[in-house]
Design a protein around this ligand. Structure first.
Ligand SMILES: [Zn+2]
Length: 235
């Protein structure tokens, strides 16, 4: 995997960087490391190398949403690091378990994208406002009904999962970029995704780290462009 140190607290690990980039992240905490997302296949070897290099344990895995290219690698990491706590947003936990039934209050559009069968259950179900180490959980539905993002309260780095992409051009989830159309094709509710992107922008993040594509520092102007483009595209 390609390793990019975004700051002393945030390391990006990218599977298939040239062809189909999928990011996961290691967040460095005083008491250990948190892995955010896991790509399609286990990043355990690379995580183990970072664990050795940083002299810290892997404490937690936090998942932004239930798509296979974010949760697929978690099984291998759990095996390599027994006792690690795995968390995911409460709403996407049912999707992870195979139930794509929509709630009455939700937009009644199809839950899309690539899913894998997992042989494990999350240890912890996240709600907005919860903390995973220094990461605050942010509701960011739209790409999936229960998508969550994470902001590091120490430096306001935002790990946005697939709420936005930067590969092929920055975009709100659902706003198609021809050079990398897959996140848009896997998006459940574009209008909901747009509201979430606006809410994330309001938090004035110092860095935007996404599931697919390079991180952007001081991302506010870029996020404004993405939001404007999505408003236009979604009508
Ligand atoms: Zn996704």
């Amino acid at each position: 995997m390609k390793i990019t140190r975004l700051s002393s607290r945030l390391i990006q690990l990218t599977r298939y960087p040239a062809v189909f980039p999928m990011n996961c992240y290691l967040v460095v905490e005083d008491d250990g490391l948190t892995l955010v997302d896991s790509t399609t296949s286990s990043p355990a070897d690379d995580v183990a190398a970072m664990v050795r290099q940083l002299g810290k344990q892997l404490s937690r895995i936090a998942l932004t949403h239930a798509h296979g290219d974010h949760v697929g690698g978690a099984a291998g990491v759990r095996q390599r690091f027994p006792g690690v706590e795995v968390s995911i947003g409460q709403r996407d936990a049912s999707i992870l378990a195979g139930d794509k039934t929509l709630l009455p209050a939700e937009p009644q559009t199809e839950v899309k994208g690539y899913f894998v069968k997992v042989d494990w259950k999350p240890d912890r179900l996240l709600q907005a406002g919860d903390r995973v180490g220094s990461l605050e959980v942010l509701a960011s539905p739209g790409h999936t009904p229960g998508h969550v993002a994470f902001i590091d309260v120490r430096d306001r780095s935002l790990i946005a999962g697939d709420a936005l992409q930067t590969r092929g051009g920055i975009a709100v989830s659902g706003d198609l970029r021809l050079l990398f159309p897959f996140p848009a094709m896997a998006t459940w509710s574009k209008q909901t995704a747009l509201k979430s992107a606006v809410a994330l922008r309001e938090l004035r993040p110092s860095l935007l780290a996404v599931g697919h594509g390079a991180a952007v520092s001081e991302p506010m102007a870029a996020m404004d462009r993405a939001i404007e483009s999505a408003r236009h595209a979604f009508g």
